[in-house]
Design a protein around this ligand. Structure first.
Ligand code: HSE
Length: 308
């Protein structure tokens, strides 16, 4: 018996919700296949799509670390073989490590007869994040596993809240062809925040969440502002200012960095607007002499899915 799971890419932070808000998109994403084996322990047999960058050693691989946390919690010692098919760029700001971890824990859980709920699987996927960047942040792993917009209301104890979103909300993502490691993008952040800035940031987060509940696209747009992290991190992203200004000129509700970058996302009302915005952002990037990929998607409400 084998189980294959696809887990989607995610946009973390969503401008004003650093480490506390994220949502899933339809594509890209990663696939993980697991099967039982007669050799005890977890073995990663194959990794594709990583240009040879990821380790096969499960203790050094985010999908492996997540699966081992799950297996150890169960006291499970029987053999499991894992294949990882990376179908999204590493270091892209699209939650690449989380997608692998989410796919890994959902697949292993299913293989073992689903002893855990999806919500319970999150802490194992977060172990993978810790291995990847040193911090067990959940704003990619939670939406990749559960779908939709997820608020991490508290890390200790872990308290996650599923949020609604309006039907016509679409996302345009542009991934410029540079790699930024989350760990590096966290190291450039200031450790102290001015009280006046904190007030602006948490007011925007409140506004964004109210906008999601009320299907108020204008309020969502007005709230998509990050005055604390974007000014610092955007310096690492070539072409950021032009992409953002092109997105806004083309009618985006708002635009900011996806996770720790370099991808940039815009939220839009409707598919037509989202496609126009994505194209304008890409042209802006190309005019600055850079290349990138675009992904246009509705908000993915389903999260990781078993394909079998
Ligand atoms: N919240 C995390 C960060 C997301 O911004 O560092 C990483 O994708």
């Amino acid at each position: 018996m084998s189980v294959t799971v696809f887990a989607p890419a995610t946009v973390a932070n969503v401008a004003c919700g650093f480490d506390s808000l994220g949502f899933a998109i339809d594509a890209p994403g990663d696939r993980v296949t697991v099967r039982k084996s007669t050799t005890p322990g977890l073995r990663i047999t194959t990794i594709t799509g990583d240009n040879g960058k990821l380790p096969l050693d499960p203790r050094k691989n985010t999908a492996g670390v997540s699966a081992l946390a799950l297996l150890e919690k169960l006291g499970e010692t029987s053999g499991v073989e894992m294949e990882i098919h990376k179908q999204m760029p590493l270091g892209s700001g699209l939650g690449s490590s989380s997608a692998s971890s989410a796919a890994s824990v959902l697949a292993v859980n299913k293989l073992l007869g689903s002893p855990f709920t999806r919500e319970e699987l999150l802490i194992f996927a977060m172990e993978g994040e810790k291995a990847a960047c040193g911090v067990a942040h959940a704003d990619n792993a939670a939406p990749s596993l559960l779908g939709g917009f997820i608020l991490i209301r508290s890390y200790n104890p872990l308290d996650i809240v599923r949020l609604p979103h309006p039907d016509e909300l679409w996302c345009s993502v542009i991934h410029p062809h540079v790699e930024i490691l989350t760990e590096d993008a966290r190291n450039v952040l200031r450790r102290r925040v001015r009280l006046e800035d904190a007030v602006v940031q948490w007011s925007n987060l409140g506004g964004l969440i109210a906008g999601l509940f009320q299907s108020d696209y204008e309020l969502i747009g007005r709230s998509l502002n990050d005055i604390i992290f974007e000014p610092v991190r955007s310096l690492l992203i070539p072409g950021f200012e032009i992409m953002k200004s092109e997105a806004m000129k083309a009618g985006a509700l708002g635009c900011s960095i996806s996770g720790s970058g370099p991808s940039v996302f815009a939220l839009c009302r409707g598919e037509t607007s989202a496609r126009r915005v994505a194209q304008s952002m890409l042209e802006g990037l190309q005019n600055a002499g850079l290349q990138g990929d675009i992904f246009v998607s509705q908000i993915n409400s389903r999260g990781a899915r078993v394909e079998e």
